[in-house]
Design a protein around this ligand. Structure first.
Ligand SMILES: C[S@@+](CC[C@H](N)C(=O)[O-])C[C@H]1O[C@@H](n2cnc3c(N)ncnc32)[C@H](O)[C@@H]1O
Length: 270
């Protein structure tokens, strides 16, 4: 089994995505989507941004490596009566089903960054984008003090080291690496721009409940707990993550959660 696919099919990312709905709508609203635009949402999960993009009038194809999330995305679209958004399985490192230059906009928020072979990913995103079209990525930033970068950092500190040759997904959060990867795919530096942006996780339940969703349903954190249980460190990990979620919570509502997380937004003009 492909370990990349196994990681994301392991849990149930829809339970995390439930805390991403409002921010997904807000993000899509910033993508300058026009009616009839062809959009590829890569590493789309269950449609956090893909469904709002379709509601703005784009024809959206959501591609994800996890079959359970593809099925969840199609269920959500059907339940909302959306006919211009379809989800299918695919791997960002090899989008062989998709034709050259077939999308006006390729979007990947916290998705393609998790695929191995980043040079292949950049090449494929460029290949399927039409000349003059855009690629927009949202990538978590290594060493950033906010939620997701810290969840991934804490989780990896309890997980056995990755196999030799593993390239950290977090390198997509460093401008020089992004420039080099798209440069290898034929994009000039002048056509790549960066900004730091914020994505907020919100829930009508407590930050500790929110943390438990990561523990029970988010592949990287599930792996960390499995490893920590084997060496008696699960309660340390639980405490570390509970503190993180609680300290970062900015909700003014009693028992609610609102946690902002900083990401690197990358815009490439093809
Ligand atoms: C953190 S989730 C984000 C999902 C979605 N973009 C969202 O914002 O809710 C990462 C997603 O990337 C997908 N993914 C990981 N590796 C992938 C690959 N090689 N090709 C396509 N999707 C991939 C996972 O299955 C998962 O749905």
């Amino acid at each position: 089994m492909n370990p990349n696919k196994a990681l994301w099919e392991k849990g149930d990312f829809t339970r995390i995505a439930e805390t991403m709905r409002d921010s997904g709508v807000a993000l899509a609203a910033q993508l300058e989507i026009t009616k009839g635009m062809n959009v590829l949402d890569l590493g789309c999960g269950d449609g956090t941004t893909a469904i709002p993009e379709a509601k703005l009038g784009a024809n959206v194809l959501g591609v994800d490596i996890a079959s359970n999330l593809v099925a969840a995305g199609n269920r959500r679209a059907k339940a909302e009566g959306i006919t211009n958004c379809f989800f299918q399985e695919g791997d960002a490192t090899d989008l062989h089903d998709l034709k050259d230059q077939s999308f006006d906009l390729v979007v990947s928020f916290f998705g393609a960054m998790f695929a191995p072979k980043p040079y292949d990913v950049a090449r494929e995103m460029v290949r399927v984008t039409r000349p003059g079209g855009r690629i927009i990525m949202g990538n978590w930033i290594p060493g950033d003090p906010t939620l997701v970068a810290q969840v991934l950092k804490v989780s990896s500190s309890y997980t056995p080291p990755p196999p030799e040759g593993f390239i950290s997904p977090m390198l997509w959060g460093i401008e020089d690496h992004v420039t080099e990867r798209f440069g290898e795919a034929g994009i000039n530096k002048e056509n790549i721009s960066f900004l730091r942006d914020t994505f907020t996780f919100t829930a009508p339940f407590s930050p500790v409940e929110c943390m438990k969703r990561f523990r029970d349903y988010y592949g990287p954190t599930m792996n960390a707990f499995e490893a920590a249980e084997k060496n008696g460190k699960a309660s340390d990990l639980q405490r570390e993550l509970e503190d993180l979620f609680t300290i970062q919570n900015q909700s003014k509502e009693n028992g609610g959660t609102s946690i902002p997380a900083t990401f690197l937004r990358v815009t490439v003009i093809r």
